[in-house]
Ligand binder design. Structure first.
Ligand code: SAM
Ligand code: SF4
Length: 331
């Protein structure tokens, strides 16, 4: 098949987000991870088979995620193998950073990791504690330093809950400007059934950038096709800040992401009502052609545009929740 076969809405596959574990060492209020992994996780060779096939179907970028991917054995060898086989152009990691010490940062960089996104929801220890991040403020701050020390390009993800850490938008913008890293402000999303999401808890991207611009004027830079983030430039030369506005300004129209869980379930949307089991086709005794056929047909049938549908719903109707939890699908 041609590598860029589009889905029902004309969107080509571009990014594979592969979760390495559903477990986490934190319990963020907006996420609520699993305490255990599913019984059968993909092996190193199965992950490579999946990434190779996704690449043949047009995937150029790989993001490794979780749960907390630094809890998963075999992370550095996986990155090394993907790079050695030249399967994709870009390998990124999303992590809470708690376990990222200097040797691990160096090992991941040497393995070929291209970039890292570290999550941090507040600019002081109490704010992070309040959001379910335990005592992770100091280790995460240190992790940011380790990534910078080994020259890993880094961005910071902050999920903003209006009544949880809405007060941290300005302190986090200040902290990230001081650290010289780009802050990505994420609207709180209705993924999963455990976090008790309510529309009132969403602080919109527009409200966040309005607040920031009062302190540091911003110039809008727009959103790259297929990207989740809309970028803004600080007019005083203080770098960039971005917003991920999946609630208030959905970007389903050019969504190019395929998500696969640690146990090999494929989701064509964060909010898909069900996943597709790839494990039989990922059996190493099966030829790649079977997995190619399965993924190709899955992508060709894809018509998810949940965030756009949510936005067009009446405000008094109850939105459908996604059945799978964020830490399982991988964010
Ligand atoms: N444990 C890693 C971490 O926190 O970075 C990786 C997995 S986490 C599920 C991936 C991303 O999803 C994180 O940046 C997290 O903040 C974000 N996330 C989790 N739950 C969310 C929610 N309900 N709304 C918006 N973003 C969420
Ligand atoms: Fe863990 Fe990441 Fe979920 Fe927080 S967002 S609980 S760090 S998986």
């Amino acid at each position: 098949m041609p590598p860029s076969t589009p889905d029902q809405l004309g969107r080509a596959l571009g990014v594979l987000r592969l979760s390495l574990t559903a477990r986490c060492n934190l319990a963020c209020r907006y996420c609520r991870p699993e305490s255990q992994d599913p019984p059968t996780l993909l092996t190193h060779q199965q992950r490579l088979k999946l990434i190779g096939v996704a690449a043949r179907l047009g995937c150029r970028r790989l993001r490794l995620t979780g749960g907390e991917p630094l809890l998963a054995p075999g992370l550095a060898p996986l990155i090394q193998a993907v790079k050695a086989l030249n399967l994709v152009e870009d390998v990124a990691l999303t992590s809470n950073g708690v376990l990222l010490d200097r040797p691990l940062a160096r090992r991941l960089k040497q393995a070929g990791l291209d970039r890292i996104t570290i999550s941090l929801d507040g600019a002081d220890p109490q704010a992070v504690l309040r959001m379910g991040g335990g005592n992770s403020f100091a280790p995460v701050l240190a992790a940011i330093g380790h990534a910078q020390a080994v020259d890993l390009p880094i961005k910071i993800n902050m999920v903003v809950m209006a009544h949880g850490n809405g007060d941290q938008v300005i302190p986090m913008a200040r902290l990230c400007r001081e650290l010289g890293v780009e802050l990505r402000l994420i609207e709180y999303m209705d993924v999963g059934n455990r976090n008790g999401w309510r529309p009132q808890q969403v602080l919109t991207a527009a409200a966040m950038t309005t607040r920031i611009a009062r302190h540091w004027p911003l110039q809008p830079m727009g959103r790259q096709p297929g990207a989740t983030a809309r970028r803004w430039r600080y007019l005083d030369g203080g770098g960039f800040v971005s917003t991920i506005a999946s609630i208030s300004e959905p970007f389903c129209g050019d969504c190019n992401r395929l998500r696969v869980t640690a146990d090999g379930m494929a989701y064509t949307c964060l909010f898909a009502s069900q996943g597709t089991d790839l494990k039989p086709a990922l059996d190493l005794r099966q030829p790649d052609a079977i997995l190619i056929r399965q993924l190709h047909s899955l992508w060709r049938q894809r018509q998810d545009r949940y965030s756009e549908e949510r936005r067009s719903q009446q405000t008094n109707s109850t939105p459908r929740r996604s059945p799978a939890e964020m830490a399982y699908i991988g964010g």
